[in-house]
Design a protein around this ligand. Structure first.
Ligand code: NAP
Length: 472
């Protein structure tokens, strides 16, 4: 029983098996309209999704929408500070798949971020943000069509867990005291480092469990892609933060070379194998020299380590992965976070799935969206093993709220992801085709119109939705 909402009287419940949804032809899907521009983009999105389902399946399939509340709209119905009512959490749990507009980050309420809370409460551990170019979309980049990446962002931990204490608070002071007087002095590798007494303190936990379940999902996705895109890049800042970001990278490689051994090759392994393929007589030492630039300048210990890496790799996988067999497998590589920001600009075509921790993924997905047309074209999905919530990458864009002018593309594309997740691929394909056609016909909202040359008169938000529907 719900306190203030009533589920639709028709429709069935989505269930989950082994982390995958089992979707009936008449699923009940809860939606949150969202704050700010949610009033504009949600109705536009709902119209496009319903029309796509109708076009693809006639009366055979239909979504039964269930309106639920969060954010400012929830406070109006449930009372002050009731940003995320129990009813809403219960409905998402019960029906499994939901879609939401953007939500304002509350000021003064108990919740730090509704979006982050929804992800944490429902264990939606993977935030998936595809950035793909639709021909005709104006872009600041010269070759936006070369970028086709999917950011797999860990969604439940990192600094985003929100465990932090304000400068001057009792706990911050206590922690600083313990760190400065006990823990840091007991760790000789930290030398004479000390934390300034007037610091705020945040905790950055990165777990093996959280990292590997995210990277596992990314690898599974890569396995379904066509060959040149079967690649997972682990993005990290492990050169500086060894035990958090560096561990994320190491756990990623560990997973790829154990659980996914028969379907993955790491970048370094591929070098070792191809060195032997091009010269079957190559010695372990020469192979080590080729994979490690500056090998001759290394210490004997370090050189021995590289030689062991070469030998162990050949012993372990030459039979199964050698003689070019590795070329048919998913490539797992890693890149330093700052370098990937410039690489998606300078060599966009080289990347496919970017597996990241929480904060890096938040930055990177906006940067990648900018290449392919901006936030108005940036969709997203938050996926767990028993629940999924679809939402745009951007926020409430309050200055555009209620003006019927913002680009609904990001939420419409999130709806398209939802249809794909449900297995309703025909309806999803209709949306992808029609949105691309609308843009190449220069039927776009203000954000894309202002970048077009020659200039074009922008459509309203609702008119853009209609332009998509007209092109199914
Ligand atoms: P924002 O809402 O993402 O908007 C910033 C700017 O991005 C807009 O002014 C607009 O730029 C552009 N933009 C956003 N959505 C667009 C769309 N659909 N089409 C075209 N352009 C779009 O960021 P913010 O103003 O910093 O954040 C506002 C609130 O949203 C905050 O309370 C924040 O916490 C919240 N937020 C929520 C979510 C979420 O619900 N998942 C995510 C991020 C932020 P121009 O004006 O230049 O055209």
């Amino acid at each position: 029983m719900y306190e203030k909402i009533t589920p639709p009287t028709t429709g069935s419940v989505v269930t989950f098996k082994d982390g995958k949804p089992i979707v009936p032809d008449d699923p009940i899907v809860p939606f949150i309209r969202g704050d700010g521009t949610g009033v504009d983009i949600w109705p536009a999105t709902q119209k496009v999704i319903d029309a796509a389902v109708k076009s693809a399946y006639g009366d055979r399939r239909k979504i039964n929408w269930f309106k639920i509340y969060a954010g400012d709209e929830a406070c109006q119905l449930y009372g002050t500070y009731q940003y995320l009512p129990e009813d809403t959490l219960k409905a998402i749990k019960e029906y499994g798949i939901a879609i939401k507009g953007p939500l304002t980050t509350p000021i003064g309420g108990g919740i730090r971020s509704l979006n982050v809370a929804l992800r944490q409460i429902n264990e939606l551990y993977a935030c998936i943000r595809p950035c793909r170019y639709y021909p005709g979309t104006p872009s600041p980049h010269k070759y936006p069509e070369q970028l086709d990446v999917i950011v797999y962002r860990e969604n439940t931990e990192d600094i985003y867990l929100g465990i932090e204490w304000c400068q001057g608070s009792e706990i911050a002071d206590k922690l600083i005291h313990i760190l400065n007087n006990e823990l840091i002095p007991a760790s000789p590798e930290h030398g004479s480092k000390r934390i300034r007494p007037d610091s705020g303190i945040g905790i950055k936990p990165i777990s093996k469990t959280g990292s590997q379940r995210l990277i596992g999902l990314a690898i599974e996705h890569a396995l379904k892609l066509p060959k040149p895109k079967q690649k997972v890049t682990l993005v990290h800042k492990g050169n500086i933060m060894k035990f958090t970001e560096g561990a994320f990278r190491d756990w990623g490689y560990e997973l790829a070379t154990t659980e996914f051994r028969s379907s993955c090759v790491t970048e370094r392994e591929s070098w070792i194998l191809s060195n032997k393929e091009s010269n079957p007589e190559i010695t372990i030492e020469d192979n080590a020299r080729k994979i490690e630039p500056g090998y001759d300048a290394l210490t004997e210990d370090k050189q021995a380590q590289i030689r062991s890496e070469v030998k162990d790799t050949l012993d372990a996988i030459w039979e199964t992965h050698g003689n070019g067999k590795w070329k048919d497998l998913v490539m797992v590589e890693d890149r330093i976070a700052d370098s990937i920001f410039q690489q998606i600009q300078t060599r966009p075509g080289e990347y496919s799935i970017l597996a990241t921790m929480n904060l890096n993924g938040d930055y990177l997905s906006d940067a990648a969206a900018a290449v392919v047309g901006g936030l108005g074209m940036g969709p997203g999905a938050n996926i767990g093993d028993r629940c999924a919530i679809f939402e745009a990458t951007h926020g409430t864009a309050p200055k555009h709220a209620g003006l019927d002018r913002i680009n609904p593309g990001s939420l419409i594309l999130s709806g398209m992801m939802m249809l794909e997740y449900m297995g309703w691929q025909e309806a999803a394909d209709l949306i992808a085709g029609a949105i691309g056609k609308a843009i190449s016909d220069r039927q776009v909202t203000y954000d894309l119109a202002r970048m077009m040359n020659p200039p074009v008169e922008p459509l309203k938000c609702s008119e853009f939705a209609q332009a998509i529907v007209d092109r199914f």
